[in-house]
Design a protein around this ligand. Structure first.
Ligand code: IPE
Ligand code: MG
Length: 227
């Protein structure tokens, strides 16, 4: 969800204003995905590297999460959204941790769409923590394979993503779902996150539909001619 700061700057507003609008874009997008039958949406809200931002911005973001949970949790819960948080919770405040717990427990029964919020998350962190968990569980080295390690990843409850969208014009993955995105279709858009909405989502889905997914295989015969 990149581009909040630039969106605000274009309007001569503080970066925080962009983050605030970013929350609205997120709620809009979750509901738009649910309407389109998408069952899993995962968003990168705060990376392990975002701590390096100025203190005021970091504390502003933490405060914004608390406000967002109190403002939107009931609405999302009502619309069948299940919320899950992925990332290292050990470094966030007790207040934030309990807000996450409340968001997760009060939506645990929902099945329409699972919104995973990656917070204090990094793709490399996830791979490392999965290895640690496996070792702590006493897994023998010869039993370690891709399937086993997948079971220890933070998002083991979800299928791998089919479509990976990055807003804000940068063309890189920036340590998001490294393991899980091995075969994801990547879509990069210049759209700044606060402006993301139905039109951008549908454009990304249309782009996805045009892609030819082979997963390393060669298409032959009927499948190839049928396109
Ligand atoms: C993304 O927007 C939001 C977070 C990382 C929390 P940015 O804050 O990166 O916005 P730009 O890239 O400066 O425009
Ligand atoms: Mg950015």
């Amino acid at each position: 969800m990149d581009g909040n700061g630039r969106w605000a700057k274009k309007r001569f507003m503080p970066r925080f204003f962009g983050h605030k609008q970013g929350v609205d874009a997120l709620v809009r997008t979750v509901l738009a995905c649910a309407d389109r039958g998408i069952e899993y949406l995962t968003v990168f809200a705060f990376s392990s590297e975002n701590w390096k931002r100025p203190t005021e911005e970091v504390s502003g973001l933490m405060g914004l999460v608390l406000v967002a949970v109190s403002k939107y949790l009931a609405k999302l819960a009502d619309r069948g959204v299940r919320i899950r948080i992925v990332g290292d919770r050990s470094q966030v405040s007790d207040k934030l941790r309990s807000a996450w717990e409340q968001a997760e427990s009060s939506t645990a029964h929902n099945t329409r769409i699972t919104l995973s919020v990656a917070f204090n998350y990094g793709g490399r962190w996830d791979i490392v923590q999965a290895c640690r968990e496996a070792i702590a569980a006493g897994v023998a080295p010869e039993r370690v394979d891709e399937a086993l390690l997948s079971g220890y990843m933070a998002m083991s409850y979800a299928p791998d993503p089919d479509l990976f969208i990055r807003t804000g014009g940068e063309v890189r993955i920036s340590n998001f779902l490294l393991w899980q995105s091995a075969y994801a279709e990547l879509v990069f858009t210049d759209c700044l996150w606060p402006e993301f909405g139905d039109a951008e989502l549908d454009a990304a889905l249309a782009e996805y539909a045009r892609r030819d997914r082979r997963f390393g295989m060669v298409k032959t015969g009927a499948a190839a001619t049928a396109g």
